[in-house]
Write a protein that binds this ligand. Structure first.
Ligand SMILES: [Mn+2]
Length: 341
């Protein structure tokens, strides 16, 4: 795993290269794409960052604007061809959160568990660390490549977001990368991004959703009864997980003839990715990390079980959680030895 940058550069040279993030990119996806673009630029490989879905949250929009990151929406990519190369970052081809584009997905850099069947990458660097930005920063560190304050700040912010300030999914590599990035980054900018994670016009929606929280034996459910972004759902799940006595959170909203889910877990024993994939296997699908996961359920299939969809959703999750042998919960830290995970 150690000297692979040369391999990647060699693979890309002479091709038109796109860096594609997951849909509705979050700070980790944006930081990773940006950090990779600047890195490859140092080897004279020009890239175009592309994505599907808007970058409209205040924090992500601030990031893009303040760093001057050029992000092209897939609808504006008129001239991508099947010969063009795509590197997927913070996502893997075939996942439900990344749109299929015409180019050739030749490479992947990601920190999510492998779920799809796609095996066409000629280069893949998938490590189960706290953020994709950690992996990108590791390339700079290993190869002693100069890093600008903007890149360091973006990557550090990406790590902080995905690990929730180093409280979830943190590995030794994330910690090492933190100490590598910290002296290079601008902390004031990070504070500014962090202080705009909830938007003013979301405050009422946020308060309403808190009134709908139901808790059963440490498992909290919240239905969001209004159109909301994935990022907003994630913010709500994180917030509910902070409630004393809650160690597992299921937040969901109705969307496109279905239900969209965001799940959080505090304990190793309640593996969010495994639980959601099991809970939704007959009505949709889901997956993710031990501590954070997402998924989708088909409305007709849920309502086919019972018209009382709230109970259906609660039962689907609670049945899976209750089937897990009960042991004393341990706090999930997912610390791995060494940095090549
Ligand atoms: Mn990520």
């Amino acid at each position: 795993m150690s000297n692979r940058l040369g391999e990647l550069v060699k693979l890309l040279r002479g091709h038109r290269v796109f860096i594609q993030t997951h849909n509705f990119p979050d700070p980790d996806a944006i930081a990773s794409a940006y950090g990779l673009q600047v890195l490859l630029g140092q080897f004279d490989i020009q890239t175009i960052i592309c994505h599907h879905g808007n970058v409209e949250r205040a924090t992500t929009a601030n990031m893009v604007a303040e760093f001057g990151i050029e992000m092209t929406n897939d609808e504006d990519l008129e001239d991508m061809t099947a010969e063009d190369y795509i590197i997927t970052v913070d996502a893997q081809k075939g996942n439900s959160n990344i749109r299929e584009l015409i180019g050739n997905e030749i490479a992947c850099i990601d920190h999510h568990p492998v779920t799809g069947e796609y095996s066409g990458y000629e280069y893949s660097d998938i490590r189960l660390v706290g953020s994709c930005a950690t992996i990108i920063a590791d390339y700079y560190r290993k190869h002693k490549i100069r890093m600008s304050e903007m890149v360091a700040t973006a990557l550090l912010y990406g790590i902080k977001c995905d690990t929730r300030d180093f409280t979830r999914g943190v590995t030794q590599l994330d910690v090492d990368i933190y100490s590598y990035l910290f002296p290079k980054a601008n902390s004031q900018r990070i504070r500014h991004f962090q202080s705009s994670e909830i938007e003013f016009d979301e405050l009422n929606a946020f308060a309403d959703s808190m009134r709908n929280v139901e808790i059963f034996n440490g498992v909290a459910f919240a239905e969001l009864n209004f159109a909301c972004s994935d990022a907003f759902m994630a913010t709500v799940s994180d917030f509910v997980l902070d409630v004393d006595g809650v160690n597992f959170v299921v937040v969901y909203t109705r969307r496109n003839n279905g239900f969209k889910f965001s799940v959080r877990s505090e304990y190793e024993e309640r593996d969010a990715g495994l639980i959601i994939s099991e809970a939704l296997k007959d009505v949709g699908g889901g997956g993710g990390h031990k501590s954070m996961a997402g998924g989708y359920a088909d409305e007709a299939k849920v309502l086919g079980i019972s018209i009382d969809y709230v109970k259906v959703i609660q039962n689907l999750f609670i049945n899976v959680i209750n089937s897990i042998p009960h042991t004393e919960p341990t706090v999930s830290n997912e610390v791995f030895e060494g940095d090549d995970v």
